[in-house]
Write a protein that binds this ligand. Structure first.
Ligand code: SAM
Length: 333
């Protein structure tokens, strides 16, 4: 009998984010940073190793797994891997977070395999601005792929990092976008994660300001917990619209008290808090000739037990600096 992944504050880890690569086909200004060093290939977990860890995590009570990156679709065989994972874990809520550039040709296969939920990152609805943020000219591809996912019947959440001076003049377009399509348009506060990614307090476009601005443009009604379904976002329906608006406020109003997340990085490090550099190295145990899954189980239980509550980490953050030195792209967001 396996024990659940409980911590000292009564939280149960039931959601694991699994990064399959730290490489990305975009270089977003706020995420990539200068002079990136990538994890060497031999240190990246093989798909079979990820499945083994998922198997254990599920036994310990993980009910939802989100694949992320870097950009998951840049890793060879990722779509086939997801289909295989969906077959092996039919009762697990499997979803993916992507920048939407490469998902197009896989949409139908994924939908058919039961992948029903996809998060697509898109910080701007302006093609020129898209290029200046990401370094690449893929705006129209991403827009088309969002539509493809919607047409395939997937639940689509579009996530924009909200940044002052970058996209805070686009609310009318974002509202129109969410009004015209059955999707959730969600704003995520710019987080102090990673060095050299230009984070600064003055760039944070806080959720209360976002909401106030959105309310000048549309009649918004808060969704109930049941309507909201998944995730830490506060959701609002738009009067007369097909989609909804959502706000995720890790910075101004963090949700640590209800955090149920664990993160597995592509090199096999377990992280229990996005705002901490503390890692539990699972790969050496996984590849050890004599240590088995029982050893990993012990680490998972220990790690979960000591999951930080978070408040203190945010409180002691030096002004103008990130709390976590690791790049978001190698953690997976
Ligand atoms: N490539 C995939 C994507 O674009 O969604 C998955 C990985 S990406 C690191 C996951 C999410 O983290 C993206 O939505 C990205 O915009 C977000 N992100 C990266 N750096 C961030 C930061 N400093 N603050 C808030 N969100 C950030």
């Amino acid at each position: 009998m396996h024990k659940p992944l409980l911590d000292e504050h009564g939280r149960k880890a039931s959601y694991m984010r699994v990064s399959v690569t730290d490489r990305c086909n975009l270089s977003c200004t706020y995420c990539a940073g200068e002079g990136q060093k990538f994890i060497p290939h031999p240190d990246i977990l093989r798909y079979e190793e990820i499945l083994e860890l998922m198997e254990l995590a599920v036994k310990l009570g993980v009910e939802k797994v989100r694949f992320t990156g870097g950009e998951p679709f840049v890793r060879k065989g990722f779509a086939d891997f997801m289909v295989a994972a969906a077959g092996r874990f039919p009762d697990v809520d499997l979803c993916v977070t992507t920048n939407g550039v490469l998902i197009g040709k896989h949409v139908e296969g994924l939908a058919k395999a039961g992948i029903r939920r996809v998060n697509i990152s898109l910080d701007t609805l302006d093609p020129v601005r898209f290029k200046s943020i990401t370094g690449h000219d893929h705006f129209h591809t991403v827009r088309e792929n969002i539509e493809r996912c919607v047409d395939a019947g997937m639940t689509v959440k579009v996530n924009a990092v909200a940044m002052k001076g970058v996209n805070d003049d686009e609310m009318p377009d974002f509202i129109e976008f969410a009004r015209s399509m059955p999707l959730d348009m969600r704003f995520i506060e710019f987080m102090p994660v990673g060095l050299e990614t230009g984070w600064d307090d003055s760039l944070v476009w806080g959720c209360e300001d976002i909401l106030n601005e959105a309310r000048t443009l549309a009649e918004l009604t808060p969704c109930t917990e049941e309507e909201k379904q998944h995730g830490p976002a506060r959701m609002y329906s738009i009067e007369g619209g097909k989609g909804r608006i959502g706000l995720i406020s890790p910075y101004t109003n963090h949700f640590c008290a209800t955090c149920n997340r664990l993160r597995l990085t592509s090199n096999g490090n377990l992280r229990t808090c996005l705002f901490s550099d503390k890692v539990y190295r699972l790969r050496p145990i996984l590849r050890h000739p004599r240590l088995g899954m029982e050893a990993i189980e012990r680490v998972l239980l220990r790690a979960s037990r000591h999951k930080p509550i978070g408040h203190d980490l945010l409180k002691c953050m030096p002004a103008g600096q990130g709390v976590c030195q690791t790049r978001m792209a190698s953690i997976g967001g």
